[in-house]
Design a protein around this ligand. Structure first.
Ligand code: 4NP
Length: 145
């Protein structure tokens, strides 16, 4: 299965989601391919935010080599599932959908359409954001066994 994690900048939340999901899928022997992208283009080619790198490292996951890229319509062809972090990401990704099959691939990462808050302006959010994403990814990998 091919999974794409999407947020706004692709430097705070979705690189964490990519690193965490890859870590958990590997640990559970799942043959999944994981990638991430942002709906915006400000951070194309950039490494993840230092605060995300640090929080991931504190939890034994290295995301320092990831680089930002922008979500594009042909990601719908490549990926089976596209997980978004918040309502804006959901609307922005759906706007690029070309048909019902594209739309059906888009889901919120958290259950019940809850949002993963954007931690960009609040250092204190990185730890809870990591935890929220980790627990959601644990649920998703557990459902596959
Ligand atoms: P992310 O956080 O969407 O979790 O990567 C953000 C990073 C950068 C910006 C916004 C959100 N920005 O406006 O540059």
């Amino acid at each position: 299965m091919k999974i794409l994690m999407v947020c706004l900048g692709n430097i705070c939340r979705s690189p964490l989601a990519e690193g965490i999901m890859r870590h958990l899928a590997n640990a559970r022997g799942l043959d999944w391919e994981i990638d991430s992208a942002g709906t915006g283009n400000w951070h194309v080619g950039h490494a993840p935010d230092q605060r995300s790198i640090k929080e991931a490292r504190r939890n034994g996951i290295d995301i320092s080599q990831l680089r930002g890229r922008q979500f594009q319509a042909d990601d719908f062809d490549t990926f089976d599932r596209i997980y978004v972090m918040d309502h804006n990401n959901y609307a922005d990704v759906l706007r690029k959908a070309r048909n019902e099959s594209d739309k059906a691939k888009v889901q919120y990462l958290l259950p019940r359409q809850q949002e993963v808050p954007d931690p960009w302006f609040d250092d204190a959010l990185f730890a809870p954001v990591f935890k929220m994403i980790y627990e959601a990814c644990e649920q998703l990998t557990a459902q596959q066994q």
